[in-house]
Structures are given as structure tokens and as C-alpha cells.
Design a binder for this molecule. Structure first.
Ligand SMILES: [Zn+2]
Length: 234
């Protein structure tokens, strides 16, 4: 018998406390074809990222395993008014297409924002939404969500600082700046990873060196392009 890529697990809703089913991807099907410089994974067959968010079909509360436990009375009131009241009872338990995945992430983002989840959780959701748009080839929306993710990752850095081993975060701050064309900022972050003696994460130091070089190339290309435009005018 052939194994199906999806299997179901039972989750309990943090808001209405009802149990419901949601799908996960079997690990034998999680085959990544390649990983992008900001850790976006392209998968060969089914994308396990599409199944990260659990959505309660009874009230619309959407969450990931990174969400904190417990809901404040303030959250309950706001969730009731913004999500539950308008909830149409959509069922996300089975197979998800791209649109379903996007809707599940946007719902989780809304819940995380009204719940005032940690910056790291919100940043991760925004970054994943940007990746979904990359998957679809929608560069305008991808940039919009990369910008929002970058703003949130900066807050993470401000809260956590360099005390914890944050080489990966600092690298990401450089790479998202590079992708958004903010080259001087990108260089500044890559420089810090490469030159900070406290950082011992060799993979991130190497990646920062590579992307530092990529940024210099981007700057060069930009200069040449603007040069061409000027000549075009004359
Ligand atoms: Zn619920």
C-alpha cells in the first residue's frame, strides 16, 4: 500500500477548547529541492509549510506550535469581535492548496497580533507569508511582507540583542535588507556577523561573507543600470 503524504492529528482549540483534526506532512515526503539565501525551502512534492497553521473550524482561532499558551481576557474580547463573530466555519483539516495556506497564515498572523505574541513569532509568520508569495511569483506582495518581516525581526534584535547567539538573526537582517535593495544596511549587518569575535557560528559567518559579496555585486549592477538610464536620456 502506498503511503499518503498527509496524516491527521488532533488539536485542541485554545479559544473554544473544542478538539479538531488538522493535517501534517509525513517526514518521508519532506524533500526539499533547494534552500534560498533567506532559508526559504522549495519542496519537491508537497510543501509541509502549508500545514504549519492549525485553524479551529468552530471559532477561527489559528495558531502554530510556537504560540504561547493561555489567552488573556483582552484577547478573548478582541478575538470575539474581529474573528469569531464573522467566522464562516471553514474547514482546513484536509489537503490545502496555495490559497488555503495563505488564508491560514493570514488568520494566524491576525490572531498573533491581537494576542500580542512575541516579536519572533509574528516575524516568522510575516516571513512565511512573503515566501508564499515568492512561491506564487507575486514579487510586489512578497516585498510588502518582507518589509514587514524585517521591521519585526529588528524588534526581535532590539529585545534579545547580541547576548544570545543571534548570528542567524543578524544574517537574516542583512539578507532581508539586501533583498529589499537597502544595500548599505545589508552590508552593515553582514559586517557585524563577520567581524564580531563573539560570533562562532561558522555557517552564518560563511553565509554573511557570501551575501556581503552578493550585495557589492547588487550595488555595482544598480550603479551600471542607473548609468545606462542617464546615457539613454542624452
Ligand atoms: Zn475554537
Amino acid at each position: 500500500m502506498m503511503l499518503e503524504p498527509l496524516y491527521q492529528v488532533t488539536e485542541k482549540c485554545g479559544y473554544c477548547e473544542t478538539e479538531f483534526r488538522t493535517s501534517k506532512v509525513r517526514s518521508s515526503f519532506k524533500k526539499s529541492a533547494y534552500t534560498d539565501t533567506d532559508f526559504f525551502c522549495q519542496f519537491k512534492t508537497i510543501n509541509p509549510d502549508h500545514y504549519v497553521v492549525a485553524v479551529c473550524p468552530f471559532c477561527g482561532y489559528a495558531f502554530t506550535e510556537n504560540f504561547s499558551q493561555g489567552l488573556s481576557p483582552e484577547f478573548r474580547t478582541r478575538f470575539e469581535l474581529t474573528v469569531r463573530k464573522n467566522w464562516q466555519g471553514v474547514d482546513y483539516s484536509g489537503e490545502r492548496n496555495w490559497e488555503d495556506a495563505l488564508k491560514s497564515y493570514k488568520l494566524a498572523l491576525l490572531c498573533a497580533q491581537i494576542k500580542q505574541e512575541k516579536e519572533r513569532v509574528v516575524a516568522g509568520l510575516l516571513h512565511h507569508i512573503a515566501w508564499l508569495y515568492r512561491e506564487k511569483g507575486d514579487t510586489e506582495q512578497e516585498r510588502r511582507f518582507l518589509t514587514l518581516a524585517l521591521e519585526e525581526y529588528i524588534k526581535v534584535y532590539e529585545v534579545e540583542g547580541i547576548s544570545v547567539n543571534n548570528a542567524r538573526l543578524m544574517y537574516l537582517l542583512g539578507e532581508l535588507n539586501r533583498r529589499l535593495g537597502q544595500y548599505n544596511e545589508a552590508i552593515r549587518w553582514f559586517d557585524r556577523v563577520v567581524n564580531d569575535k563573539k560570533i562562532i557560528d561558522s555557517a552564518m559567518i560563511r553565509a554573511s561573507r557570501d551575501q556581503w559579496a552578493a550585495t557589492r555585486q547588487d550595488m555595482q549592477d544598480q550603479l551600471e543600470n542607473s548609468g545606462h538610464k542617464e546615457t539613454g536620456h542624452v
